[in-house]
Design a protein around this ligand. Structure first.
Ligand SMILES: *[C@@H]1O[C@H](CO)[C@@H](O)[C@H](O)[C@H]1NC(C)=O
Ligand SMILES: *[C@@H]1O[C@H](CO)[C@@H](O)[C@H](O)[C@H]1NC(C)=O
Ligand SMILES: *[C@@H]1O[C@H](CO)[C@@H](O)[C@H](O)[C@H]1NC(C)=O
Ligand SMILES: *[C@@H]1O[C@H](CO)[C@@H](O)[C@H](O)[C@H]1NC(C)=O
Ligand SMILES: *[C@@H]1O[C@H](CO)[C@@H](O)[C@H](O)[C@H]1NC(C)=O
Ligand SMILES: *[C@@H]1O[C@H](CO)[C@@H](O)[C@H](O)[C@H]1NC(C)=O
Ligand SMILES: *[C@@H]1O[C@H](CO)[C@@H](O)[C@H](O)[C@H]1NC(C)=O
Length: 818
């Protein structure tokens, strides 16, 4: 992944720098592929060793086509529209070891054009319109590989000088027009060496002269789809008698379905070919019973692939080591036929339709058994299937319907190292500890095996287990907490899609060698367990497709130090300002985050595909600032309010009392006739004149005077309200200079006015004790207005008006008295 980003980045750099080629390895390896170039760019250094110049426009190759690149070893000129190659075309790149000219419509080869390339080891002339192999390349004595597939060659005959090419190990003639091979075509082949691979596949072979390949020694012969017809193949195989080949690959690999000829001796030709390994690719259905293996009994490796064969007979293989029966429609695993084959080491029986397995008995060398991708249902495995196979290391039963494990499932199979059951329903592994004797088991795959793990000892005894894949299974209770406790050498643990909601912090406590932990596709909300576990070696951690909204900073800080791959994608990440630490971490750690582009914000995001990395943390800083400012404002407001409340506590108290009064309309009995509001400087007048005249007159008027009637121990404000204003029917206000100046008096007057407003039967009687300037009366709230609207009494020392004053005052108090 990082490699590709790096490459992409490099390509970007190069294009950005005005260069036309990609530097893959400084000074050594460059790619100019598909750049529409018509010459080698001067930016390529003369030290270049490998140059990919494919898919450009060169058309005419002459000496000046290449600058002197004496270190150049590999030159790829595939599909460069080259038509004409001059004799000295490669003069400047003499030291080439590989020249690739695939896919050029060459109409003219300069006769000696290749001959200067003494060091050439690989020459690709695929699809260049060649009609003959008689090229002048006698100087290419070091040639190892000659690929001339997809041309119009009609013969396998090589120029005589090639018999000295002792290193030639590959001659690829696939997809040419070779229909006849005669004895004199193979003269050079016979001399050339014994280690050559000859590929003749996809030629229209009709006739091979019998004995044409006698005494030819080849490493490999590939004649898949080399014959024009089934009949030609039958005769052709016979004509190959005397050939000595290590690996023979044959059969028809064309896709057109044809019915096999029914002759049972169809493959008898094989009996006179010496081969060790045989790969038979069938694409057709044999109409009758042919004995496929009759001539293969001396082979060490036998592979039969793709045939519609139903059953196989008993074959007395002499030396077989490996048997591959792949995609053949076989309905039974032929354990009985293969039993007692003491040489057999490996059996691959896959992609058939087998439902049953015959027991493999007495196979002392069998170490590898692959029965994957069949239709196998076993009620009791695996000792029942493998008897006396003490070397068995590899057992693959994946992609089958169902395997039931017996109580002692692996007794006698103690050497098992690799066990694969993925996508096969495995019965009873979840509650038995059947694996306990597999102390060499390195690899266990039970992914999607419908197992519910209930027993904490399921993996007991697996002291060598490196890889454990158990995706798509389930756990009962907190089994996970103990299940892995003794897997101390585990390096790879796959617990994806196990519907886990949480992981206990001690679940992985003994997995000190764990390098990969895959928890993809669960329902985890937290990964705190990582910080408590002892996962020092962890490099890859996948928790994509879970329910993680955020990860606390202290967890992120305690992540394993070697972590280099952390997949957090496809989680419902919370991109709110409270998560800025987390999101900042995401932005900072893009290098370790896998699929970082798929980490989207779920909540607080403008759109569902909004990436966490695009989150604007600065906006959170502004929001934070705003919050601070608002908080400060709030505090200030509270302080101001408190001050105001303190300052006007009496008003507030009064308000409360008024409200209380409203709530209980039953009026309290008034204990005084009038409450007198006056300044203490006017006390003498109040005591001597007002009290004297009113309380001692007839009828006596009971006054409420603060210095006399207020209850001790009660706050002044409460007294004013309870005793004075609420407890009196009338309020007498003694206005004087001192009254105006007194804050208490003003307060009392204001309270009295509020009561007057609230209760209609209340009344305020104003006595002007001494003249006060109009300007000053305005200081007392409401007084000026009151004086203007209502009549008031004015005190005078003149005895006559004095008497009138008292009469009026008494009347004002009593008249409205009920
Ligand atoms: C490639 O180069 C030729 C001229 O050399 C030009 O005509 C053609 O448009 C170019 N093609 C592209 C895809 O740049
Ligand atoms: C290239 O080949 C020449 C002779 O053909 C030789 O002298 C020279 O050393 C070679 N260069 C390299 C780098 O191999
Ligand atoms: C091929 O090799 C011979 C001798 O080894 C030499 O004389 C001749 O020039 C070479 N041909 C080319 C085209 O270099
Ligand atoms: C293949 O060779 C035959 C002669 O052997 C010739 O008639 C035929 O045209 C050739 N086919 C192609 C595609 O060149
Ligand atoms: C035979 O050829 C193969 C490549 O096809 C090569 O790897 C191997 O070393 C060669 N063996 C011998 C003995 O030359
Ligand atoms: C197998 O080898 C034996 C001797 O090793 C030989 O007699 C027999 O003919 C061979 N069979 C086949 C089919 O090659
Ligand atoms: C088991 O077989 C399956 C299917 O053929 C294959 O994909 C898997 O890699 C094999 N397991 C092992 C461990 O080789």
């Amino acid at each position: 992944m990082s490699f590709f980003t790096l490459r992409a980045f490099m390509i970007y750099l190069f294009i950005g720098a005005g260069e036309s080629c990609t530097k893959i390895n400084e000074n050594l390896h460059y790619s100019c592929m598909g750049r529409n170039l018509s010459s080698i760019p001067p930016s390529i250094p003369s030290s270049v060793q490998t140059l990919d110049f494919s898919f450009n426009f060169l058309k005419h190759l002459q000496k000046s086509a290449f600058p002197v690149l004496s270190f150049l070893r590999v030159l790829d000129l595939s599909r460069c529209h080259i038509k004409h190659i001059e004799n000295d075309a490669f003069y400047n790149v003499k030291n080439l070891t590989s020249l690739i000219l695939t896919g050029n419509p060459v109409t003219y080869f300069g006769p000696g054009c290749l001959n200067s390339l003494y060091n050439l080891q690989r020459l690709d002339l695929v699809d260049v319109g060649l009609v003959s192999l008689l090229l002048q390349m006698n100087n290419l004595t070091r040639l190892r590989e000659l690929r001339v597939g997809t041309n119009n060659l009609q013969s396998v005959s090589l120029p005589p000088f090639m018999s000295s090419f002792k290193d030639l190990s590959l001659l690829d003639l696939h997809a040419n027009n070779i229909s006849i091979i005669k004895t004199d075509h193979t003269v050079v082949l016979r001399k050339i060496g014994r280690n050559m691979t000859l590929i003749l596949s996809r030629n229209p072979l009709l006739h091979i002269e019998p004995g044409a390949f006698k005494d030819v020694h080849l490493r490999q012969l590939d004649i898949r789809s080399a014959f024009l017809s089934f009949a030609a193949q039958k005769v052709g195989l016979k004509a190959l008698y005397g050939l000595n080949v290590k690996r023979l690959m044959f059969g028809n690999n064309r896709d057109d379905y044809k019915i096999f000829p029914s002759e049972s001796d169809y493959l008898d030709g094989l009996c006179s070919i010496y081969f060790h390994e045989v790969y038979y690719y069938i694409k057709e259905r044999p109409s009758g019973q042919i004995n496929i293996f009759r001539c293969m009994i001396n082979a060490t490796i036998v592979a039969v692939k793709g045939g519609l064969i139903r059953g196989i007979p008993y074959v007395p293989f002499n030396e077989i080591k490996e048997l591959y029966l792949i995609h053949n429609q076989l309905d039974t695993v032929p354990g009985r036929l293969l039993s007692h084959l003491h040489t057999l080491e490996k059996v691959v029986f896959t992609r058939n339709v087998a439902t049953q397995v015959e027991t493999f008995i007495d196979m002392p060398k069998l170490r590898y058994l692959d029965l994957s991708s069949n239709q196998i249902t076993l009620s009791s495995c695996c000792t029942e299937v493998l008897l006396n196979t003490p070397q068995i290391r590899y057992l693959n039963l994946s992609l089958n319907p169902q395997i039931g494990l017996s109580f002692q499932a692996f007794v006698g199979l103690d050497s098992l190292e690799i066990l694969d059951f993925h996508h096969t329903k495995v019965v009873s592994m979840g509650y038995l500890s059947v694996l306990s004797n597999l102390k060499y088991l390195r690899y266990l795959d039970v992914s999607y095996s419908s197992i519910i793990f209930t027993n904490i000892y399921c993996f007991y005894g697996l002291s060598s287990l490196n890889v454990l894949k158990m995706a798509g299974n389930n756990f009962r209770g907190d089994v996970v907490r103990y299940l892995f406790n003794n897997l101390t050498v585990l390096e790879h643990l796959d617990l994806s899609y196990c519907r886990m909601v949480e992981v206990h912090s001690s679940s992985f406590k003994n997995l000190q060698r764990l390098r990969l932990l895959n928890l993809r596709g669960n329902n985890l909300m937290a990964i705190d367990f990582l910080t408590h576990s002892n996962l020092k070696q962890l490099t890859s951690f996948y928790v994509d497709k879970n329910s993680i909204t955020s990860i606390p900073l202290d967890v992120l800080q305690k992540l394993p130090t070697n972590l280099s791959e952390f997949d957090l994608s496809s989680n419902p990440i919370d991109c709110s300002c409270s998560q800025t630490d987390f999101i900042f971490w995401i932005i900072q750690n893009q290098n370790i985050l896998k699929q970082a582009e798929n980490i989207f914000c779920q909540s607080f995001s403008p759109s569902p595909d909004f990436r966490a990395a695009d989150f604007d943390i600065d906006s959170c800083v502004h929001k934070k600032r705003l919050t601070i400012i608002l908080s400060v404002c709030f505090v200030i407001l509270v302080v101001v309010l408190s001050v105001l409340v303190y300052r006007f506590q009496f008003y507030l108290q009064y308000c409360c009392i008024l409200l209380r009064g409203y709530r209980s309309p039953a009026q309290q009995e008034c204990s005084y006739d009038a409450f007198v509001i006056f300044s203490s400087y006017d006390e003498v007048w109040v005591m001597n004149e007002l009290m004297e005249n009113l309380e001692n007159g007839v009828p006596p008027i009971h006054l409420c005077l603060h210095m006399r009637d207020f209850q001790a121990g009660k706050s002044i404000a409460s007294n004013i309200i309870d005793e004075g204003i609420m407890g009196s029917r009338k309020v007498i206000v003694v206005v004087s200079q001192h009254f105006i100046d007194s804050a208490w008096c003003r307060f009392e007057f204001e309270l009295a006015q509020s009561r007057f407003m609230m209760e209609r039967n209340a009344n305020i009687i104003i006595i002007i004790l001494e003249d006060v300037e109009e300007r000053k009366t305005k200081k007392v709230f409401g007084l000026h207005k009151h004086l203007k609207k209502n009549t008031y009494l004015k005190w005078s020392r003149d005895p006559l008006s004095n008497m009138r004053f008292w009469i009026r005052l008494r009347r004002a108090i009593i008249d409205t008295k009920q």
